[in-house]
Design a protein around this ligand. Sequence first.
Ligand code: SAM
Length: 283
Amino acid sequence: MAPDTTGRLWVVATPIGNLDDFSPRAQQVLRQADLIACEDTRHSASLLKHFGIAARTLALHEHNERQVSGELVRRMAEGAQIALICDAGTPLISDPGFRIVHAARQAGIVVSPIAGPCAAIAALSVAGLPCDRFVFEGFLPAKSAARRARLQQLDRDPRTLIFYESSHRIVESLSDMEQVFGAARLAVLARELTKLFETVLDGPLQELVQRVSTDTDQQRGEFVVLVAGAAEEGDAARLAEGMRVFELLRRELPPSRAAKLAAEITGAPRKALYAQGNASDAS
Ligand code: SAM
């Protein structure tokens, strides 16, 4: 990379678990930066040390971003190369950085991304849910009433929904999703991506709630929850027809076999038929 003499803000993605995901270009930009603005300087110190990066660091987090941004923009206007990193993944994505990026662009400073890991996109890439249209919702509210209200707003959204969640609330959040979106809505739970205990579970929400609430190992670590978008008119009609056929077949066959045949006959998703059948049995 040729030395750059004009000021610039580099928005640099760092690994979300596996250090081998730290790109050579990201390392080089951090090495050459005049200053690295870190969400948490102590947290980033171990990453920087591991890669032998000795640049100066400064804390830029949600509580000081407003004050610090002005000073950093002034320094970039004078020619400084500043890199922005967060604790893990891509800055600004449920992390600090929006204010400084906005302020830098307003001041006419070039802002360049050093693309790399992002938990939401990593999860989406392996979920097996439609990716042509998706919506990133970040963290849901911590309190159940507010969380359900937010989920209600999303209930009819046909796009794949992506949420971040912590280990403290994963069971509650999945249960609220089951309540609001229904037992049969397909979802994917992507846990500890790129790390030793990486697990990607998929199935109807009812099945995921059952699995995670009865297995404490599945409640540990960091999570991305993806939920299939609401069925659009054609899908809803297919599911209704699938359920009708499933109910008929179930009189003669075990539920799993009935769901498989009903799915083959109507094109409705097998797991959704099976889960909806179980849910109506339980109610
Ligand atoms: N900026 C980060 C990114 O690009 O993904 C996200 C930061 S946000 C504060 C942290 C949340 O991201 C975690 O609570 C979890 O929901 C998700 N996350 C981060 N790393 C993850 C991983 N390795 N596996 C699954 N989810 C992860």
